[in-house]
Design a protein around this ligand. Structure first.
Ligand code: FES
Length: 137
């Protein structure tokens, strides 16, 4: 897994979305009330640019005339045929066993951590003994 910096956090406040290209793939990054989601911008049903769809919730009903919207902000509705996908997992709500939008891990990181990076070169102890520099390994 490789890490990619998408944008400064200030460019993705709650309610915002941004489509970026990472390694040739379009990925939509969403901030839903502080929860971050990242999905491939391609609907697995028919190939639509799904990240331009409506962020919504899950309609529930116990019978005719009774309905309520639950899990607000947790689903993305495809703009072409209206299939809905759980934004956290990419799972389809229409065809949960076979259809899934690819989702990616996304998180906020401090800029100082990005500058330092995760890489550390291997080092060896160096001493001066008499008139000689000595490396131990
Ligand atoms: S292309 Fe997305 S629901 Fe059909």
């Amino acid at each position: 897994m490789s890490r990619h910096v998408v944008c400064p956090a200030a460019e993705l406040p709650p309610g915002a979305r941004k489509v970026v290209v990472v390694d040739g793939r379009e990925i939509g990054v969403f901030n839903v009330e502080g929860r971050l989601h990242a999905l491939l911008n391609r609907c697995p049903h028919g190939g639509a640019a799904i990240c331009s769809g409506v962020v919504t919730g899950l309609s529930q009903s116990s019978g005719p005339g009774d309905y309520r919207l639950e899990r607000r902000g947790e689903f993305l509705r495809c703009p072409w045929h209206g299939w809905e996908f759980d934004m956290a997992t990419g799972q389809s709500w229409c065809d949960p066993r076979r259809t899934k939008v690819r989702s990616f891990e996304v998180k906020l990181e401090a800029g100082s951590d990005l500058v330092m990076g995760p890489y550390v070169a291997e080092r060896y102890p160096v001493t001066v003994e008499d008139a000689y520099v000595v490396v131990d390994f």
